[in-house]
Design a protein around this ligand. Structure first.
Ligand SMILES: Nc1nc2c(ncn2[C@@H]2O[C@H](COP(=O)(O)OP(=O)(O)OP(=O)(O)O)[C@@H](O)[C@H]2O)c(=O)[nH]1
Ligand SMILES: [Mg+2]
Ligand SMILES: [Zn+2]
Length: 355
């Protein structure tokens, strides 16, 4: 494949020359596995390490290569490669890393469109959609709203949800797809353009990898059913990956986001399930709240006395506190004017001055 197949264009070539990288090989980061990066080059995919000088001069995680980045490579031997530099990014989707470190984590770079994926059966939530749209606005990336699993609800309800969504997207397209029919992704596929980069964003289990596999005509990403083979049933995709589709468009898949709120800097307190943990992941619905759902494994265990009622009540109490904390943090942040400044300064560090 050529670099153009991965989205290389005259803007990037100009920036490569301006930066003095004419003697270096150019490639695009297609996957990220902890410290290793897989980079697509004209001579195929190579395993690349980040050069020490980049690591030392990096002042934040955002300065290190991410999926979607165009990089200049040193090739001391045919079998190994060193990432010498990152070409300036045209865009970056980032979020606050979990763990309260305040660090910005880059999800994907050089993205033209974000595909905001929500499953229509249980996952759909207008407020969440708003938060995803805010991430796109912040990153100056055009969004497409995608409703998945439409085979699971009736057409009247779908039309209703669609109308609701359309009132809030500010003109961005709202598409509906299903993996259940051969042409279930046709509306999305016809909208995608060769050489443009699209990034999937959405909770775990909404069907992101299923979509990628279908449009690439291959089993690139592992997908999984609700309970999951590990019994945990979440985050089937463990790393980010960029793939060129049959129609020539470039698609980035990544692990489902647990909390989109993180993208705008909210703190999250993890609430452990404690003695109920062994039953986690066996509920009928992946995003079960263990409060009223049919097929909830935790409620069933409670009913049959395998879980202590006071442990359950205690967990519910903590969960309510956590929700309350999250919503008050969000409100406080809204009022906090310095938050706006923080967003501005992190926008600057993202180096999107190119466009
Ligand atoms: N009924 C129905 N099920 C679907 C559809 N699309 C995906 N699924 C199922 O939903 C489950 C989760 O799909 P994945 O593609 O693994 O979800 P994901 O968004 O990649 O999840 P993570 O990798 O954890 O972020 C799988 O069992 C799929 O078969 C659909 O359109 N209809
Ligand atoms: Mg996946
Ligand atoms: Zn449950």
């Amino acid at each position: 494949m050529s670099l153009e197949d991965f989205g290389y264009d005259s803007r990037l070539e100009a920036s490569r020359l301006a930066n003095g990288y004419q003697d270096l090989e150019i490639g695009r980061v297609v996957a990220e596995h902890r410290t290793r990066h897989i980079v697509a080059t004209i001579s195929g995919e190579v395993d690349a390490e980040v050069k020490g000088s980049i690591r030392f001069s990096a002042t934040a995680r955002a300065d290190l290569p991410a999926v979607g980045d165009w990089v200049a490579l040193d090739r001391p031997e045919a079998s190994s490669a060193l990432i010498h530099a990152i070409l300036p990014r045209s865009s970056a989707i980032s979020r606050q890393a979990s763990g309260g470190s305040g660090e910005v984590q880059v999800i994907a770079t050089n993205v033209d469109h974000a595909i905001l994926v929500q499953a229509i059966d249980r996952d759909f939530n207008l407020n969440r959609m708003d938060r995803y749209l805010a991430i796109c606005r912040d990153a100056r990336i055009a969004p497409v709203v995608l409703l998945t699993k439409i085979d699971l609800i009736d057409p009247a309800r779908l039309a209703e949800i669609r109308r609701e969504a359309e009132t809030r997207t500010g003109g961005a397209p709202v598409l509906a797809v299903t993996s259940n029919t051969p042409d279930g992704y046709a509306s999305l596929e016809s909208l995608m353009e060769r050489g443009r980069t699209y990034c999937l964003l959405g909770s775990s289990g909404v069907g992101k990898s299923t979509l990628l596999n279908r449009l690439s005509g291959r089993e690139v990403m592992r997908t999984d059913a609700i309970s999951g083979s590990t019994g945990k049933g979440r985050h089937v995709t463990s790393h980010r990956e960029l793939v060129v589709l049959d129609n020539g468009a470039i698609l980035i898949d990544n692990p489902g986001m647990r909390e989109v709120g993180l993208a705008l800097g909210e703190t999250r307190i993890e609430s452990g399930l404690g003695p109920m943990a062994p039953y986690d992941g066996y509920c009928r619905y992946r995003d079960c709240t263990h409060t009223a759902e049919a097929g909830c494994a935790i409620l069933a265990a409670l009913e049959s006395g395998r879980i202590d009622r006071s442990a359950y009540e205690n967990w519910r109490k903590l969960e309510k506190e956590r929700e309350h904390f999250e919503s008050t943090t969000a409100q406080r942040r809204k009022k906090d004017r310095s938050f706006g400044k923080m967003v501005d300064s992190y926008k600057k560090t993202m180096g999107r001055s190119e466009r």
